[in-house]
Design a protein around this ligand. Structure first.
Ligand SMILES: Nc1nc2c(c(=O)[nH]1)N[C@H]1C(S)=C(S)[C@@H](COP(=O)(O)OP(=O)(O)OC[C@H]3O[C@@H](n4cnc5c(=O)[nH]c(N)nc54)[C@H](O)[C@@H]3O)O[C@H]1N2
Ligand SMILES: Nc1nc2c(c(=O)[nH]1)N[C@H]1C(S)=C(S)[C@@H](COP(=O)(O)OP(=O)(O)OC[C@H]3O[C@@H](n4cnc5c(=O)[nH]c(N)nc54)[C@H](O)[C@@H]3O)O[C@H]1N2
Ligand code: SF4
Ligand SMILES: [Mo]
Length: 684
């Protein structure tokens, strides 16, 4: 008997940790996701989406998707699990929580999460309430942009950049330590539009990559020296009289102190530090100082360094010196999350913490935290993250995860490398199966997501998981027995953020895309929430926090004594480690490669395509050498957070990276990493 196929389309939001937060249009056939394209009505993303997300049907209906809870039956790390019911899983979790709290205290429990799903209810909603109420250790979620965000905040007061929609008017784009073509494709589209009206695009990076090819000009810097490059530009701009004195007087504090400091950074000195020839530096500064309107897109890559906070702080001073903030399409952006920030106090309920002095563990130092014998973590609860791939110093992380006295729960859609070490694996819904609220950290639109398919198998959302656990623990009904819609209303409470006024559950249902501020942003002078209310070229707060109050260049601190700097950034076809288990996307990336300069390769006798060992005191990884001129001598680049795969010879790249923290925000320093390269034949 043939049955009729029921096909429909529905709107959705891209949930991944990507600045663009695209509007999606999804075709559903008999309850299955058939195809995913962009929603052309989205005001910024306008129907274009990346190739990764077009593969979502394969991810959502992947044959390896987790469908039911499982408990460990073999040794940790051996991937042997057996199916159990949710009742049994909940029973085990509750008993373990009660036992841990009684024996070791609630701080022996640690949640570990990031933004595998950016929906606010599922990433910083019910979960946060649950762990606050429990009195678990707090997690400092500093793995991504913390150092740069803090550096930018010292200068500008918060994650407040220009509205990307204005960048179609920009005349000069500086894409600085950002692989825009892969990581923020709609900013590329807007810049391409501006280019039609004469805009020029400059890319500053340690790696000549897709973005360099797309840009008009490439400036090749030594890793971790961008802070000096910014100071060199300031030096020339001041020397040549390209400072906008009126802007500086009206909107900044500390010009004299900054000028005195910048005077020290002569073009020759800066050239020696950065590897950028003096004439190139002079040209860059002249172009920036005289452009009608210049926009600096500050990336995440340049702040994954020991000096990442100060680097971003320095760069953020540039548009204030030249007054570019006042030109249409001018200014800078590291991130824009300030505009549509939700009411975190109502959402997360930090007031539920039984003890305000509860300890905080930095997520970058999970390895040390798990191996700490003083105040050990006894229960680890992982969701929205894959720490056995993404977290630095993997050998320590994994040694910690292997501890027999550690009880680990992992909630995910797939049996990730982290799941291998779990005592309990719980199946998570995809965002298509959930209600949630999304804000972008780049554009200014808020979006509501309503489920477009039913939960697959026995999967549960993070929201449902933590709500049900809370109710099982007999936590307060009025706080935990709430619906997604109630929580969305709390998130949108605009008392703390007037730019959310008029954005409600109802208006989002009717209008889909609602812009923070309704398209009317307050003037620059009233959105600089620094202590002085002005852009701080000199920052008293920095002095108090032990930093130089004026921009300086600080060298990288890596103590490992090896010949190469290694950058281990994301790739085009995965999002962090997400999508790395999808054949089609993995094939596009071929294999984990190591870009090295031809001169270095010649010295080592390494040829293109040869498998080589990259190692340091923390670990070792085998990669395929790609020999050429995409990196400078002494610099190596590999891209992609590949899952481990013995058969394919893929290993966790973060075995090499340090747990050290950046100068600000407790940020990760993935790229301040020294290694050596040895041929597989001589590494005994
Ligand atoms: N396709 C894709 N898109 C993504 C992601 C992904 O994994 N894949 N991840 C998402 C996430 S979580 C984030 S945080 C963003 C990150 O996206 P970006 O902001 O683009 O940051 P990265 O790709 O980490 O690094 C950007 C560039 O910095 C360069 N770099 C490294 N060190 C230095 C340095 O010292 N100086 C300079 N000038 N450049 C340097 C790298 O070579 C790289 O090209 O992308 C998001 N979007
Ligand atoms: N070497 C190196 N390491 C890096 C970086 C780098 O550039 N180089 N980048 C760093 C940066 S910037 C970031 S942001 C981090 C990212 O680190 P993570 O946030 O850990 O990112 P992913 O690897 O994408 O892992 C997210 C996991 O969440 C799962 N997930 C998705 N949706 C849901 C859901 O609704 N519920 C649950 N329970 N799970 C879900 C996904 O399946 C996936 O396994 O990595 C960092 N690590
Ligand atoms: S990953 Fe980024 S570019 Fe791709 S669809 Fe999602 S938000 Fe858009
Ligand atoms: Mo990130």
């Amino acid at each position: 008997m043939s049955s009729e196929t029921i096909t429909r389309t529905a709107g959705s939001v891209c949930p991944f940790d990507c600045p663009d937060t695209c509007g999606l249009s999804v075709t559903i056939e008999d309850g299955r996701i058939k195809s995913v394209t962009g929603d052309k009505h989205h005001p910024v993303t306008q129907g274009a989406i990346c190739n990764k997300v077009r593969q979502l049907p394969d991810r959502v209906h992947h044959p390896e998707r987790l469908l039911y809870p499982m408990k460990r039956v073999g040794a940790k790390g051996s991937r042997s699990f057996e199916r159990i019911s949710w009742d049994e899983a909940y029973g085990l979790i509750k008993a373990r929580i009660e036992d841990t709290v009684q024996t070791h205290g609630s701080e022996a429990i640690l949640p570990y999460s990031f933004y595998g799903n950016m929906g606010v209810l599922n990433s910083e909603g019910m979960d946060r309430r649950f762990f606050h109420r429990l009195g678990a250790s707090l997690l400092d979620r500093a793995i991504c942009n913390s150092a740069g965000a803090e550096g930018y905040r010292y200068t500008m007061g918060g994650s407040i950049g220009i509205d990307p929609e204005d960048t179609v008017h920009t005349k000069l784009f500086i894409i600085w330590g950002c692989n825009l073509v892969s990581t923020n494709m709609h900013q590329t589209m807007l810049a391409t539009e501006a280019r039609k009206h004469g805009a020029q695009i400059i890319h500053i990076d340690v790696h000549r990559n897709r973005t360099s090819v797309w840009a008009d000009r490439f400036i090749h810097v030594q890793p971790g020296t961008d802070g000096a490059l910014a100071l060199g530009m300031m030096h020339i701009i001041i020397r040549d009289g390209h400072v906008d004195a009126d802007f500086v007087r009206e909107h900044t504090v500390g010009y004299e102190e900054l000028a005195a400091q910048a005077a020290e950074y002569t073009p020759e000195r800066v050239s020696a530090i950065t590897g950028v020839p003096v004439d190139e530096l002079e040209e860059l500064a002249l172009l920036y100082g005289t452009s009608e309107s210049a926009f600096i897109r500050i990336g995440n890559g340049l702040q994954h360094h020991d000096n990442g906070g100060m680097t971003v702080r320095n760069i953020a001073c540039l548009p204030a010196l030249t007054g570019h903030w006042q030109a249409r399409g001018g200014g800078a952006m590291k991130g824009n999350s300030w505009y549509s920030r939700f009411n975190a106090d109502l959402l997360e309920r930090p007031d539920l913490l039984p003890d305000a002095k509860v300890r905080t563990i930095n997520m970058n130092q999970l390895g040390d935290a798990l191996l700490d014998t003083g105040e050990p973590v006894h229960m680890l609860f992982v969701y929205n993250s894959n720490p056995a791939i993404v977290t630095p110093d993997q050998n320590k992380v994994r040694a910690g995860l292997l501890r027999d006295d550690l009880f680990t729960v992992v909630h995910d859609l797939f049996l990730t490398d982290t799941c291998k070490y779990a005592d309990l694996v719980l199946p998570a819904t995809s965002h298509f199966e959930n209600t949630d609220l999304y804000a972008s950290y780049w554009h200014l639109y808020v979006q509501l997501h309503e489920p477009i398919i039913a939960p697959i198998g026995e999967c549960k959302s993070n929201f449902t998981l933590f709500k049900e656990l809370a109710l099982l623990m007999c936590f307060e009904d009025d706080i935990f027995n709430v619906t997604e819609e109630q929580m969305i209303m709390e998130a949108l409470d605009s008392a703390h953020n007037p730019l959310l006024e008029g954005i409600t559950l109802q208006t989002l249902k009717e209008r889909k895309y609602m812009k923070a501020g309704g398209g009317q942003l307050p003037p620059l002078s009233s959105r600089i929430p620094t202590p002085s209310g002005k852009i701080e070229l000199y920052s008293e707060a920095m002095a108090k926090d032990g930093h130089s109050p004026v921009p300086v260049y600080n060298e990288l601190l890596e103590p490992e004594d090896y010949p190469f700097w290694l950058t281990t950034g994301p790739n085009h076809s995965f999002i962090n480690s997400t999508f790395a288990n999808q054949d089609k996307l993995r094939k596009l990336e071929k294999q984990p490669s190591l870009h090295m300069h031809a001169a270095d390769a010649a010295n080592l006798g390494v040829t293109d395509g040869e498998r080589v060992k990259v190692r340091n005191g923390r670990g070792e990884v085998v990669l395929t050498a790609r020999v050429g001129e995409l990196v400078k001598p002494g610099v190596l680049v590999t891209q992609g957070l590949w899952w481990e795969d013995e058969e394919l010879g893929h290993q966790a790249i973060n075995s090499l990276t340090p747990q050290r923290l950046a100068d600000m925000g407790g940020g990760a320093v993935y790229f301040s990493n020294r290694v050596e390269v040895v041929k597989l034949t001589d590494n005994m």
